[in-house]
Design a protein. Sequence first.
Length: 367
Amino acid sequence: MQPNANPEVIDTAGAHEGPIETDAVIIGAGPVGLFQVFELGLLELKAHVIDSLAYPGGQPIELYPDKPIYDIPAIPVCTGKELTDALMKQIEPFGATFHLGQTVDVVRKQEDGRFFVETSKGTRFLTKTIFIAAGVGAFEPRRLRVEGLDAFEDQQLFYRVKNPADFAGKNLLIVGGGDSALDWTLNFAAEGPNKAESVILVHRRDGFKAAPASVAKMHELCEQYEMQFIVGQVTGYEEREGRMVGAKVTGADGVTRVVPMDLLLVFFGLSPKLGPIADWGLAIERKQLVVDTEKFSTSVPGIFAVGDINTYPGKKKLILSGFHECALAAFAAAAIVFPEKGKIHLQYTTTSPKLHKVLGVESPVFD
């Protein structure tokens, strides 16, 4: 499910005769990457944003666009899509350019202090600063290892739900024991527009890593014959005329049974991969980028890391923590981009006429 976006600020073509010269390149268009655009914009730094997905929003859009988020300051509840839409609206005054559906393959320091950046689509940049807001990196779903099963991916085998309506009225077999598996099980088993014809949950044991309330609700639905739960593992499948018609589930008793199904949904979690980031000469600790807590700079001056991709003592992987990191990193970047200005002074959007001009709003008159 894609967020609403102004197509005038979205550039996915990657076509440009020479390197694009800019103040900042942001790698990652998730919530933290989008807010980094805002913080840089307030300091009059121009940003280009690169993301491997075909649309902004990052993990909240890709993994849980309709799930509620409760810990965004001053917003009691919003979905991943609503959060993305709001952030896109907030950064409109700054005219950031988005380069979507491509990854950054090359980062190289130049003699003049700038960085040469090149993407998988051949888009090239010369930038004074880089902000890595790539979440956990290039996240890939952990796959169900059954020979021949990959041939059905995105047809009858799914590792994520992009449009819940596609699964309504179907016989679903859901595999997994974490929050995603339980959340989608409850979603498709409950009354509503996305209700499935039938839902069977398969997990290798009777213990779950999901929220206890979700597990209790799942057992309650089983008792009401609204769904089924099987302890076991998917070890094969039955095929008829090129389509899966059933999954072979081997139970704790060692007996393999065929479970009829239309669609197979697998939620084994994500396997984060740093990808090319691992080759850029940055200090890394447990697949995360080491930063300081003053500037959120990596071990290479001019390259910053914000959000889930970074690590430091006391780090908490929360969106609101990433927002805080964006502000401090932006001030550090402004000192690099505008060395002639000396210290960059803090101004408040409530009272600063300069910031009001940047934002394109009227300065309020106070009595």
